[in-house]
Design a protein around this ligand. Sequence first.
Ligand code: GLP
Length: 248
Amino acid sequence: MRNQIIVCENHQEIGDVVATIFAESTTTKPNCVWGLATGASPIPVYKKLCDFYEAEDLDCSQVTTFNLDEYAGRGPGDPDSYYEFMHQHLFDKIPFKKNYLPDAKHSTELDELNESGIRYDAIIDKVGGIDIMLVGIGTNGHIAFNEPSDIISKGTQGVILTEQTRHDNALKFYDGNIDAVPKYALSMGMMSILQSNKIVLIANGPAKALAIRNALYGPITPKCPASLLQLHPNVTFVVDEAAYSLCK
Ligand code: GLP
């Protein structure tokens, strides 16, 4: 299968298209395994999946999910954790078989995060890997929390966030207060992400335009982690006009 690019009119349409892809995956494989992302980009996807469920058009009772990442020191009970984000937008609204997130709550040092990452990868292996993976993209081309680097990351591991990422996420979720964004996180590695059967990347808005151009048409390099998706045989980019604007 060749990689696909779907250009949507707006963020809402991205949500509709991607929710439909994920819903269809449960029709072909009711016990499929989803990889899920956080951030502003996937919110309309999760909203649409909830609509499908309300309309009795979606059954996730046999679906297992694995999230991409979590901030170091955050987790259940912390309103700023990705755990609570996922529960608010999806997991408290649709019953799943099981929802996993990287466990970073009690890990603030890189070696503790790495150990937790090894345990997370073992669970992913045990269920047979990820069938369909949803990813966003950072303005610097990061995927999950795999920041631009000289090396390709392997499994789930502790990472140091760049100032750019902390700045971007502070603007979106913490009124610009960069001190509210942890310096470390636990993130699925690029190799784990590339082992998924199918990957769906979403992006909206002009701030993502350069990252999308580099991801689709730039050199394949860990300096732009999203460009590594060019190595995968089944990736669908679902973007709006603004995010696609530098590709024309
Ligand atoms: C964060 C997340 C990524 C996400 C990216 C883009 O750094 N760790 O998984 O893709 O931000 O987020 P947004 O969708 O809010 O632009």
